[in-house]
Ligand binder design. Structure first.
Ligand code: BGC
Length: 888
């Protein structure tokens, strides 16, 4: 469903007052009109203090006393115009300059809002505010080419100690910060001279404030820097990796968590997150699978919206909110063979149907910025791709924020072979729609020459600068450039319950077999007095916080061993521990001790899996087994005959085929974050029933990849054939493998609970819908699907109820089923509830051969259940007039 753009905030800027003053020019005392009359003279971050330098052209500032203009506060009626000269200057300026740009700004829509088709409305209303545009106009007029280019340049903290030009061996350090491009810059010097627009991953209020003071106090136009950072799943208090969070199917929780992260990070001066990563990934060999919401576009879009709501709230300028950067645009997750940075190539229909929806959802939710991806798409690198960055993003979706390249992606255009020199790479990137160059060192070195030689129109640079300035104004950065509040430097105690809840919701119980006594192994009974905890991840702090740990401190992490030791104390049980092996080890030296511990216990908890560095960027793997010799350890421990609970820590689906056959209880716990140990202990002992569902299919063998539930049908489906047996007479010539079944070991949407649920009576509010109605009123529900869900177990538990749809008979083939709705429902034992899903154009449409979303007169099947294998179904059809008249 399309979400509404953010409403403009009721903030009165100086330019409004300027306008009032201009209109009151006949009045002998224009100053009166400068005085704010009401409380709207504040931003949501606090009182508005406007630098008059922002508005007064250099000509005027020369004729007036410099210190009067410096930081004159407007708020609180404290403006003191004692100097007649100043008043005179302002009047002259208003007459000569003030009126025209404001009027012009009001008359003309920003360029980003104009599109030849006239189709899209601005994605973020705050950025389309004409008052903000007037400020941008005024500032842009005063900028030199060098200052404009500065806004398009981004570096990380170069480790400088001074902004002064370096004198070798004395003050200042020239840091070689980017070995790929060999650039040597002093970011402090750039900041102090207005040649830097934003910085990445500069952590700590002291450091961001230092840079910011240089930009605000020393640069000619005092334009503040925007500090961005990879805050992906928490700043100091870390919650589960995004793939784990997606398993919660709980967008409201994601919004709460991401807002919490934003509040923590703004205390360190960070006002821009390189998140959410919304790349759909259907191949777990790709390590960045961990950063997204998995394989499904519907779930991905829901999560994308949830992050944007959490980061940006209803106003970019509110304290504690940050601007989001949706990444990596586009289709980075479809890298061939799951190899990092590799090519993607796909039909436009697939792109639009399966990969673009989460980016689009984030843009429509108001995302202020987008990051262009490393990969090429159908032969055109994303960071020089006008089809993606201009036609779709701005033209179709009305995106009116700015685009930042991924790290050195502009430079990498040369490696892609579409630019033979830096100038061409720069020209291609900026004309395609990349506004800010992250770390390539190309925009600052190449744009001046391109402009001077006429190879690039000035208007292209101006538009990119406008886009950046809009975001800077909208975030309130000019008024509040520095880190805010008391800096958060460690995990926040008050945030621990929320991240613990998130971890608990993210765990997916994959298997929970009954033992000889007829009861499932989990939840653990306190009657199992001696508990063995074995494995390299059992007492590991660093890996608990995942691939992008923000600024999380290891010291804040609760390990599983710590939590279980505390639990043992409470229950009067004994915890035995052995590491057993390394995560990626080959020696079996620790096996003997591990077996000794196992043999002495009533139950074994095995904590196995990947290190956090085995997923994330540049974390592709060709094998999806347990790394090192952990499989051997697992087999040895299982051979002890003790009941085993296997906990899998990983940033991706692993191949757990052997474990599924031999281990009674298996739970996927991803990388759970700061409260890892406590959350796992709570679920193991049944304080909380697991409710997570898989956001990605778990394969039986790596050769099945890419494996995803919403595949297209084939002409030879192996219906009714036992695929666990090798092909023989009559079972060979089907779409199948000879050595492994087609299906996932654990499919998308799957996950067990300590209770159980039944589904019945799937009903639809209509059995047929006229095609004309289906094609009109695109956001209205066309019908409703309902099922009765019952908790058939003996404890209160939460189930993620899922709704899947198949479209049969369309002009082009459609997936065998697609997720089109989900809801978390908590039920007491024996309780039943009807759970409904509205189905409208968004849920029922598909992209046709013209790449347009449409509905045809076809048949639909709807399933409601607890996974993508749901079997309770109902059908309806969309009928054309000819069918209604019986002429079909
Ligand atoms: C990653 C991005 C990240 C950026 C800045 C790149 O290498 O691909 O996801 O935001 O670095 O750290």
């Amino acid at each position: 469903m399309l979400s509404q753009p953010i409403a403009p905030r009721p903030v009165c800027y100086v330019s409004q007052v300027i306008e009032k003053a201009t209109c009151a020019m006949g009045c002998m005392n224009p100053m009166i009109t400068f005085l704010p009359l009401n409380t709207s003279w504040s931003t949501e971050r606090g009182p508005l203090t406007v630098h008059w330098r922002e508005f007064v052209p250099p000509m005027i500032s020369k004729c007036c006393q410099r210190e009067v203009f410096a930081n004159t506060p407007v708020a609180g009626l404290r403006v003191n115009f004692r100097l007649h000269g100043l008043l005179f200057c302002i009047v002259v300026w208003l007459v000569t300059a003030g009126c025209e740009p404001n009027a012009a700004a009001r008359a003309a829509k920003p360029a980003s809002m104009q599109h030849p088709t006239g189709a899209a409305r601005p994605s973020n209303a705050q950025l389309a505010d004409p008052i903000l545009e007037a400020r941008v106009d005024l500032l842009l007029r005063r900028m030199t080419l060098e200052e404009k280019i500065g806004q398009l340049v981004q570096y990380n903290d170069t480790g400088d100690v001074s902004p002064e030009p370096p004198t070798r061996g004395k003050q200042g350090v020239i840091a070689a910060l980017n070995p790929e491009s060999g650039n040597h810059v002093n970011a402090m010097q750039l900041a102090a001279t207005g040649r830097l627009g934003s910085m990445l991953n500069t952590i700590g209020a002291e450091r961001t404030n230092t840079y910011q003071h240089l930009a605000v106090d020393r640069s000619r136009l005092h334009i503040p820097l925007l500090f961005g950072a990879d805050v992906i799943h928490g700043f100091r208090t870390i919650y589960p990796v995004p793939l784990g969070l997606a398993a919660s199917f709980d967008p409201e929780l994601v919004t709460e968590l991401s807002h919490m992260a934003a509040e923590e990070a703004t205390t360190a001066g960070i006002r821009w997150f390189y998140s959410p990563m919304v790349d759909i990934s259907r191949d777990p060999r790709w390590g960045r699978t961990v950063e997204g919401a998995g394989e499904d576009a519907y779930l991905g879009a829901a999560m994308a919206r949830a992050y944007i709501r959490g980061y940006q709230g209803d106003s970019l300028s509110k304290p504690g909110n940050v601007a989001a950067s949706v990444k990596h645009f586009a289709a980075y997750g479809a890298a061939e063979a799951g190899r990092e940075y590799n090519t993607t190539d796909m039909s436009e229909i697939r792109l639009r149907q399966d990969y673009l929806p989460p980016y689009r959802a984030a843009v429509e939710a108001g995302a202020a910025t987008v990051m262009s991806a490393f990969n090429s798409l159908n032969g055109v690198p994303s960071s020089a791709n006008p089809f993606l960055l201009t036609s779709i993003l701005r033209g179709e979706w009305g995106f009116n924020g700015f685009v930042v390249s991924d790290y050195t992606a502009v430079m990498e255009l040369m490696n892609h072979g579409i630019a033979l020199d830096p100038a061409t790479a720069t020209r291609k990137a900026i004309t395609a729609g990349v506004d800010v160059d992250m770390m390539s060192h190309f925009y600052d070195t190449q744009l001046p020459g391109l402009i001077k030689s006429g190879q690039l129109p000035m208007a292209v640079v101006d538009e990119a600068v406008r886009r950046v300035l809009r975001v800077k104004f909208a975030t309130g950065l000019f008024e509040h450039p520095y880190a805010e509040g008391v800096e958060v430097t460690a995990a926040v105690a008050a945030h621990r319950p929320l991240v613990r809840q998130a971890a608990e919701e993210s765990f997916v119980l994959l298997q929970n077999d009954k033992l000889a006594d007829g009861a499932p192994l989990l939840p653990l009974s306190p009657a199992r007095k001696r508990v063995a905890l074995i494995g390299p991840l059992a007492d590991d702090k660093a890996d608990m916080i995942g691939a992008w740990a923000g600024a999380g401190n290891e010291g804040d992490i609760v390990t599983l061993r710590q939590a279980l030791a505390q639990r043992a104390q409470q229950l009067g049980t004994t915890l035995l521990y052995s590491q057993g092996t390394e995560i990626d080890g080959s020696t079996q030296a620790g096996f003997a001790e591990a077996l000794e511990v196992a043999n002495a216990a009533d139950v074994v908890i095995l904590a196995l899996g990947e290190s956090s560095a085995m997923s994330g960027e540049a974390g592709s793997r060709a094998y999806l087994d347990l790394p090192g010799n952990q499989q051997q350890l697992l087999e040895a421990v299982v051979a002890s005959g003790k009941p085993v609970v296997l906990l899998i820590f990983s940033g991706r689906p692993l191949v757990l085929d052997w474990a599924a056959k031999h281990v009674p209880a298996i739970m996927e716990v991803w990388f759970p974050g700061t409260e890892a140990g406590n959350a796992i202990a709570n679920v193991l002992y049944g304080d909380v029933s697991p409710s997570g569902k898989l956001p990605m299919s778990f394969p039986r063998a790596v050769g099945q990849e890419p494996l995803y539930y919403n595949q297209f049908p084939t002409g030879r489906p192996p219906t009714g054939i036992d695929l666990s047996k090798p092909p023989g007479d009559g079972t060979r010539f089907f779409s199948r493998y000879m050595d492994v079944p087609n299906s996932a070991l654990f499919p998308f949407g799957y996950g067990l609970s300590y209770s159980s649920f039944s589904y019945k009576d799937v009903e639809l509010s209509k059995s047929s819908i006229p095609l004309a109605q289906a094609l009109s009123g695109q956001s209205l529900p066309l019908l409703e699907a309902t099922a009765i869900v019952t908790n058939t177990g003996d404890r209160t538990a939460t189930e993620v109820v899922q709704c899947y749809v198949r479209n049969l008979g369309a002009s082009i083939e459609q997936p065998v089923r697609s997720l089109e709705g989900f809801r978390r429902v908590t039920l007491a034992p024996g309780e039943s509830k009807p759970v409904s899903f509205p189905l409208g154009f968004n849920e029922l449409s598909f992209f046709n051969l013209e790449n347009k979303p449409t509905i045809e007169a076809t048949h639909y099947t709807v399933w409601i259940g607890g996974s993508s294998s749901a079997s309770q179904e109902a059908t309806f059809e969309v009928v054309s007039p000819s069918a209604i008249a019986g002429l079909h």
